[in-house]
Design a protein around this ligand. Structure first.
Ligand SMILES: [Zn+2]
Length: 82
């Protein structure tokens, strides 16, 4: 995770503008659906991909593990790295 070094204030309705440089870099266009993830350290916002493996993007064989979807293939790979 990279800190981008930009600070923005929420407006009176709780909205925030994502700087255009960041939107371009991440391929976020107008009307892109965004989703929010709450973690122990704060809030993560990313382009909505629905339920997909956070490591490889697989859409099937998912299990929910520590606030994220992970596929069984990545789970097995992680288990074998011990
Ligand atoms: Zn995976």
């Amino acid at each position: 995770m990279d800190r981008v070094g930009m600070v923005r204030d929420l407006d009176s309705l709780g909205r925030i503008v994502i700087p255009v440089d960041i939107r371009r870099r991440l391929g976020i266009g107008k009307h892109t659906a965004m989703e929010f993830w709450m973690t122990e350290s704060g809030l993560i916002m990313r382009r909505c991909v629905g339920e997909a493996c956070i490591l490889c993007g697989e859409l099937q064989h998912l299990t929910y593990f520590k606030h994220a979807w992970v596929c069984i293939f990545c789970m097995n790979e992680l288990k074998n790295k011990r």
